[in-house]
Design a protein around this ligand. Structure first.
Ligand code: FAD
Length: 462
């Protein structure tokens, strides 16, 4: 016998950070919300530690993490590209390293407190009809489920099950291609030898309590990043790369680095996954459907960060639809798309332009640019915190003067910076072919990027 449909105002597909935040904020406004995830409660969304700028919690109306949910905040953030002789340091904080298992649990708990229902189910088919979407799903016991929702929110991450199934907009059926996917891994460890870790940090000008990013470990768009607390009891390790170019994935890099870092102790928790690193899709809505989070590619591509933007998208959606007489009506949905694009489309388009540039550049380029002074604290800090590229007159003149001293390097960097600046100006309103041309295409760079292991000579430290 076919299951009878359960009516709800809003069905959110995916209980990761974006979906759980949307469910919490829409339910708080008094709407009926059902939140479904294919995974059981306690295992949905990211299961590792993510860096999220503090301003993004405020922008999303979510209180910042504290207690066990917060691995750390504070300390300097040091970036030392592989092969560079210098570092650039962000000293003014503003970054929270969040245990996502607990963050998602907090959002789910808030959603439930406001009346939302969580259900473990796979959402499979979506039929957009007059006034509602009918969704068919499968339950863990083999049974079926059916919902009729006035609005369906696709928060299913890279799977993007709703948008790819409905395909109501020109680019919705697409899978995010391999060249636009960063494969990342993040694990937390006990530290087996604090003195040796401190000595490793010191080699890069970092101290216990600082974060240390070493880009260029597997191609121009790749990183090995360590997060530490002053006591050095635990350390977080993040790796990421674009394996489509022929190099090792974040998970493979982790295995390699674990073998060569003698101070790493027992693995505590973490995981690996794919991140869409292209700018958001041109259309975030279609009749009765809204996309948020990784499903919409709302990711700061230059370092593959999607938690903050997904959370802000969830709040922007809630602000626009929750108090409308019909939460799935076109007015609220187009308000969401417009508000998100105006506020963040430019920054995300610029981040995508810079990501494409670094991806097709040799791993050594960032180091050479840093050594030549083309990357400074101001631009690094803005990129880290997912802010617009700062363009003060004095800063531009300073960079221009430094560029004159390294004309060949400046000729590589200059066009990418101009592209990013143009993308930033246009991304708030332009979609489609024009912005595609500005952000730039991928060009294969020939050979697969080699892997560089910053821990390779660790055994020499005493
Ligand atoms: C190792 C790693 C490190 C990262 N580090 C950072 C970082 O430091 N900072 C940062 O901001 N970002 C980081 N990211 C990216 C960040 O984790 C993602 O952008 C974020 O988790 C996306 O959230 P989301 O809610 O959109 O999707 P997800 O977290 O992917 O959640 C989607 C949910 O949808 C569910 N689902 C899928 N299909 C269905 C279906 N058919 N029916 C029901 N449910 C379904 C899934 O089970 C999942 O729970 C990192 C990613 C990785 C892999």
């Amino acid at each position: 016998m076919a299951a009878s449909a359960i009516d709800t105002d809003v069905l959110v597909v995916g209980a990761g950070s974006a979906g759980a935040t949307a469910a919490a904020q829409i339910a708080k406004a008094g709407r009926s919300v059902v939140l479904v995830d294919r995974r059981p409660e306690g295992s949905t969304g990211a299961r590792w530690v993510n860096g999220v700028p503090g301003w993004m919690f405020e922008a999303a109306g979510v209180s910042p993490p504290s207690g066990d949910e917060l691995f750390k905040t504070g300390g300097d953030f040091v970036m030392a590209p592989f092969g560079a002789t210098r570092q650039v340091v962000h000293r003014s904080g503003g970054m929270f390293h969040v245990d996502m298992r607990q963050f998602v649990a907090r959002q789910l708990e808030t959603a439930r407190r406001h009346g939302a229902e969580f259900l473990r189910a796979v959402a499979d088919t979506f039929r957009v009809e007059e006034g509602a979407v009918t969704v068919d799903g499968r339950l863990p016991d083999g049974g079926s489920a059916k919902w009729r929702a006035r609005l369906v929110v696709d928060a299913s991450g890279l799977a993007a099950v709703v948008r790819r199934s409905v395909a109501a907009q020109p680019d919705w059926a697409e899978r995010t291609g391999g060249a636009d996917r960063c494969m990342a891994a993040q694990y937390q460890y006990r530290v087996a030898d604090r003195d040796r870790l401190a000595a490793f940090l010191a080699r890069y000008g970092a101290r216990p309590g600082d974060d240390l990013a070493i880009p260029g470990v597997a191609g121009g768009f790749s990183t090995l990043t360590l997060f530490t607390r002053p006591d050095l009891e635990c350390v977080g390790m993040l790796t990421g790369s674009i394996p489509h170019l022929g190099t090792e994935s974040g998970q493979q890099l982790v295995r390699r680095f674990e073998r060569s870092a003698p101070w790493l102790g027992e693995r505590l928790f973490g995981g690996a996954g794919a991140i869409p690193v292209r700018r958001p899709l041109s259309h975030l809505v279609s009749p009765r459907i809204a996309l948020i989070g990784d499903a919409a590619c709302q990711v700061f591509g230059a370092h593959g960060s999607g938690v903050g933007m997904g959370m802000i998208a969830a709040a922007t959606l809630a602000d626009n639809v929750a108090n409308e007489p019909d939460p799935g009506a076109a007015t609220g949905l187009s308000g969401y798309e417009r508000s998100f694009r105006r506020a963040h489309g430019g920054v995300l388009a610029a981040a995508d332009a810079l990501r494409r540039f670094s991806q097709r550049s040799p791993a050594s380029l960032a180091g050479r640019a840093l050594d030549a002074g083309l990357i400074d604290e101001e631009t690094f800090g803005a990129a880290l915190l997912q802010r617009a590229i700062p363009l003060s007159l004095s800063g531009s003149l300073r960079l221009g003067r430094r560029g004159l001293a390294v004309p060949r390097l400046a000729a590589q960097f200059g066009p990418a910076v101009v592209r990013a600046l143009l993308a930033e100006r246009m991304g708030g309103w332009s979609t489609g072919a024009t912005i595609d041309r500005v952000v730039g295409r991928h060009r294969a760079n020939g050979d697969a990027p080699a892997v560089n292991d910053p821990f390779a000579d660790e055994s020499r430290i005493d």
